[in-house]
Every structure is written in structure tokens, then in C-alpha cells.
Ligand binder design. Structure first.
Ligand code: PLP
Length: 420
């Protein structure tokens, strides 16, 4: 008798080693608050909020109700040309009003990688319109992650993410600089020629690249260098947007004036896919002001998806009513205090924490991060290893002090076991 095929035998998972993954899957079937449940019934603390997205926590019926209500009324309608839907309008005004960029316009897409592609295209288009079509190079930073669409792949500062697609990666005319070195950025702009550089893209806190915090004054200097050389400054707030740093946007925490901000993840806390771009007047004006203004021929079927936008509004209601941004600010030093002692462990190279609910515990290169996360999993805590053998910690905003203590203790105990 033929045996039934394994569940999911057809699935090719993203960023996965497919010879081994099908026999080693961890399948999540439910979530409640800061916890998720596996298909064999175990409940785990979601210490990374999935891929940095589950900010308000899992299982919020209010968001499910918002989605159902909207779907019953209108699942979505596109927003190309003069057509749009009411939810796309409402959410644009609401997000612009947070003031991360003064007098901003909002462009909707489906996710973070989409937002990066949009920002990159718009940066090049901006300079074309200003008669400087040679300004096409986009500079990003070593260790940066800007998604895996064509532009994100080519901007990646994590080398293996950009390799294998051709000598210059997918999109030519990109360049990288060290992460926290403003002088190196300035030197690179001089080497390339300011008349060839369109924009600098930066995550306020590098996420997937290992939770790299910005050096004191670094981002402000990057902004000043961009201004001085007439280069657009684009902040990738796909992780940091909507509260992760203890301010609504990291732009506000670091007092920055970017020309564009990319956003996704926390705008819906993962209850629906949505991404977008906040755009400063300098960039949007030529497309809005004159009767012969050009058209930005960009967008996706689900730009401003009505159900995703309705869910985003319910998510923002929760964040505001429960003051979850304030909660992140309160928990920030608690997380740092909980994880900092791990730096003394002989298997740990460095601990990075202190900006929002974000921390990275970088293990020595010879320590198996996989073995460590499997030990923590046995302890009921789901973690992830990212670049440079760094354990990612980015829990939902609704965790409490006990959760933070528990996860630090679990890592400490796993380290002790590995050291034995
Ligand atoms: N930018 C940053 C900083 C990210 O962390 C990510 C995803 O992790 C992206 C862009 C891409 O977002 P998405 O995976 O929604 O396309």
C-alpha cells in the first residue's frame, strides 16, 4: 500500500536548506499573547515576535473582527489612478499624522521588500526629474538587510544574500560602506562622485545583520553628509517603525529628517501583509504640484489593500489605547539589564541592547547557535540565530519583566550546557 505523502511535501520554504528542513519542521498552529503553539501542543514564548513583526502579540480577536467586518463590506478595491478605497485613504492620513516626516505623503505596497523597491525606484526617478539622471547609485551598509526583492537583494550588506545572481547582483549601481563609520560613507560618496549617488539607505538599528545599534551621533552625521552632497537619505523602518524602539518611529528617537521612510511589519503586527513609504515634500512635490507633473508608474494590485488597511487601523488603536510604545520604553532598560550579564559568559562574544525591545547576543564563532536555540526550545522559548552567530531577541511589546528574566535565564542555562 502506498504511504500518504508527508504534510507539506510540496512546500519550498524561504531561506531554507531543503534537504534537511522537511524532516525537521517546527509547525506553528496557534498564538495567544506573547506565546505560540506548535502542532504537537507545546506553547512557546515567542522571543523574536516571529520575524520582528508580532508587536501587539498573537490572538487579538479585535483585529480578526476588523478584518471580517471589512471583508464583508469590501475585501478590497485597487488604488490605481483615480480609483481608491476608503481604508487606504484613512490609514494614509493617520500614519502621516504621526509626524515621522513633516507633511509626508504615503505610498502603499504589500510588504517591506516592496517598500524598498519603491523607495529605490523613486530615488532614481527623483534625480531624473531634476535633470541629474546620472545620480543612480544607492549606498547601503555592511550587515544591512533590506528584504529580498531585486533592489533589496542588490543592496544587501549580508554578502550571501546578494551573491549568485551575476557580477553586480540583480540591480547594478549599488555600493556598501561599513556600518557605523560616517567618515567611510563620506569617502565613498567622494570616490563614487556625489553626481552619481542617488541615495543612502540605512536601518536605524540593523536587524537581521545582528542587531547592530547606531554609534552615538552616527545617524545624524549620515543625514548631514547626505544633505551636504545632495544625496537622498532613506531610513528603512520596516523593523523599527510603530514602536519597536520606544518611539513610534526611530526617526523620532534619533531626531532625524529623512527624505523617505520604509515601513511594514509593525503596521499590522502581522495580522495582514502591508508595506508602505512615507515621502517628504522634496520628493513628492514634483509629482503633485504642476499640471504637467509626471506619473510615478509604480504600484501593486494590493497597494492600499482595504482589509490590510482596516486591520492596520485596529492594530494602531491597540498600540495607542494600551500605550504599547510607552511600554517598550519602560521595558527597554529591563531587557538590557536582563541580557547584559550574558556578556560575561565564556561562550559569548558580545551583547548588544539598549535601544527598544531589541537585543543581540553574539556567540563565539565556534559555538553552535543552532544547538543553543534547540536547548532554549526544550525550555519553551523560541529564538532565532541571525548574522554572525547572533541570537535575536525582539519579543512582542506585551511581554512582562518575568518573560524577559525567563528568556535571559534560558539562554544562560543553554550556554552552560554547551560549555560542559
Ligand atoms: N527591511 C528590513 C529592515 C527588514 O528587516 C525586512 C524584513 O525582515 C525587510 C526590509 C523586508 O520586508 P519583507 O520581508 O516584509 O518583504
Amino acid at each position: 500500500m502506498a504511504t500518504a505523502p508527508q504534510l507539506g511535501a510540496a512546500l519550498w520554504s524561504p531561506v531554507a536548506h531543503m534537504p534537511t528542513v522537511p524532516g525537521d519542521r517546527l509547525t506553528i498552529v496557534a498564538g495567544e499573547g506573547a506565546h505560540i503553539q506548535t502542532d504537537d501542543g507545546r506553547w512557546l514564548l515567542d522571543a523574536t515576535a516571529g520575524l520582528w513583526h508580532a508587536n501587539i502579540g498573537h490572538g487579538r480577536t479585535r483585529l480578526a473582527d476588523a478584518a471580517a467586518t471589512q471583508m464583508r463590506r469590501l475585501e478590497t478595491y485597487h488604488s490605481f489612478g483615480r480609483i481608491t478605497n476608503d481604508q487606504a485613504l484613512l490609514l494614509a492620513d493617520r500614519v502621516a499624522a504621526y509626524g515621522a516626516i513633516e507633511d509626508a505623503k504615503v505610498f502603499w505596497v504589500s510588504g517591506g521588500s516592496d517598500a524598498i523597491d519603491t523607495a529605490a525606484k523613486l530615488a532614481r526617478r527623483h534625480w531624473q526629474l531634476h535633470g541629474q539622471a546620472n545620480k543612480r547609485i544607492i549606498i547601503s551598509r555592511d550587515g544591512s538587510y533590506h528584504g529580498l526583492h531585486a533592489f533589496g537583494t542588490s543592496l544587501a550588506g549580508i554578502p550571501f544574500n546578494r551573491e549568485g545572481y551575476g557580477s553586480e547582483s540583480l540591480v547594478p549601481e549599488t555600493a556598501r560602506v561599513p556600518a557605523n563609520d560616517a567618515d567611510a560613507l563620506e569617502a565613498q560618496i567622494h570616490t563614487l562622485g556625489p553626481d552619481r549617488v542617488a541615495a543612502v539607505f540605512a536601518e536605524p538599528v540593523i536587524g537581521t545583520g545582528g542587531v547592530i545599534l547606531p554609534a552615538e551621533g552616527y545617524l545624524q552625521r549620515v543625514e548631514a553628509i547626505c544633505r551636504e552632497h545632495d544625496v537622498l537619505f532613506v531610513l528603512d523602518e520596516v523593523i523599527t517603525g510603530f514602536g519597536r524602539t520606544g518611539e513610534m518611529f526611530a526617526t523620532q528617537l534619533f531626531d532625524l529628517r529623512p527624505d523617505m521612510i520604509t515601513m511594514a511589519k509593525g503596521i499590522t503586527s502581522g495580522y495582514a501583509p502591508l508595506g508602505g513609504l512615507l515621502i517628504a515634500p522634496r520628493v513628492w512635490r514634483p509629482f503633485f504640484d504642476e499640471p504637467d507633473a509626471p506619473i510615478f508608474r509604480h504600484g501593486v494590485t494590493y497597494s492600499g489593500h482595504a482589509t490590510a488597511c482596516a486591520v492596520a487601523q485596529a492594530n494602531l488603536d491597540v498600540i495607542e489605547e494600551e500605550d504599547l510604545v510607552g511600554r517598550v520604553a519602560t521595558l527597554t532598560p529591563e531587557l538590557a539589564t536582563a541580557v547584559s550579564p550574558l556578556a560575561d559568559h565564556p561562550l559569548v562574544m558580545e551583547v548588544r541592547a539598549g535601544v527598544g525591545l531589541l537585543a543581540g547576543v553574539q556567540l563565539n564563532p565556534d559555538v553552535s547557535g543552532d544547538a543553543l536555540t534547540r536547548l532554549c526550545l526544550e525550555d519553551g522559548i523560541l529564538l532565532r540565530v541571525i548574522t554572525d552567530n547572533t541570537v535575536q531577541i525582539s519579543p512582542p511589546f506585551i511581554v512582562d519583566s518575568d518573560d524577559l528574566q525567563r528568556l535571559a535565564a534560558s539562554i544562560a542555562s543553554a550556554l552552560d550546557k554547551l560549555a560542559d
